[in-house]
Design a protein around this ligand. Structure first.
Ligand SMILES: Cc1cn([C@H]2C[C@H](O)[C@@H](COP(=O)(O)OP(=O)(O)OP(=O)(O)O)O2)c(=O)[nH]c1=O
Length: 204
């Protein structure tokens, strides 16, 4: 398969979609499975609604991002939203160093869920779903939390860590999709594209 930087290519191409995301991780993941795409960023308020369940929250935001970008686009639009869920509570991106430390302390030795909502808006309709991965953290001594915060790595990420980076050492194990934790569940994305009739290299 030829390697092209689809995300910066502006030539029209069969199967081209728009990725409605500012996330470099999502861009890399979509490139990884050979989907041709352009990037358009969806500016959406990510504040949870009062008493909103995490599942409903990630689904709502994925749909909001996809439909916002689709309003000005002719191509199919894919969007996603990832959050970390601990005891049914949404842990978003750290708002301060204190908040970040508290999140890591709360996740120490615990199992959390990482939920990603994905939405695809295409000429035939709108499809959306949520994928959940279970992530178990090791016990984190305060010295390790301090050292991880000092790396700055998890600051822009849900839950304040990145499994794909140094954050890998915080984790005892996962059950479910790895790419889902990084921000885009690739198996489900491929299934969504196929069910919408979009050309994809996996033939079933
Ligand atoms: C838990 C975890 C999250 N993340 C990332 C995935 C998402 O990019 C981010 C969660 O924030 P999101 O709001 O889902 O995404 P975003 O703000 O980065 O991008 P956009 O809304 O424009 O699509 O956290 C990791 O990269 N690694 C991890 O281990």
């Amino acid at each position: 398969m030829a390697v092209l930087d689809w995300s910066t290519s502006h030539e029209t191409h069969t199967g081209m979609i728009i990725l409605a995301s500012s996330s470099p991780r999502r861009k890399e993941l979509l490139q990884q499975i050979g989907v041709p795409f352009l990037v358009k960023v969806a500016d959406v308020d990510e504040t949870p609604m009062a008493n909103e369940r995490p599942y409903d929250y990630v689904l709502r935001l994925a749909l909001a991002k996809a439909t916002k970008v689709a309003a000005d686009s002719d191509l199919p639009v894919l969007a996603a939203d990832t959050t970390v869920v601990l005891n049914d509570r949404i842990l978003g991106k750290p708002e301060s160093e204190q908040h970040w430390r508290e999140m890591l302390q709360a996740m120490s030795g615990q199992e959390q869920q990482v939920m990603t909502g994905i939405a695809l808006v295409h000429p035939e309709g709108v499809e959306a779903l949520v994928v959940t991965t279970y992530v178990r953290f090791r016990e984190l001594p305060d010295s390790m939390i301090d050292a991880y915060i000092a790396t700055g790595e998890g600051q822009d990420k849900a839950g304040g860590y990145g499994i794909q980076g140094m954050g890998a050492v915080l984790i005892r194990g996962i059950e479910g999709s790895y790419s889902n934790v990084v921000g885009l569940p690739l198996t489900e994305v491929s299934q969504l594209l196929q069910s919408a009739g979009l050309p994809f290299w996996v033939k079933t």
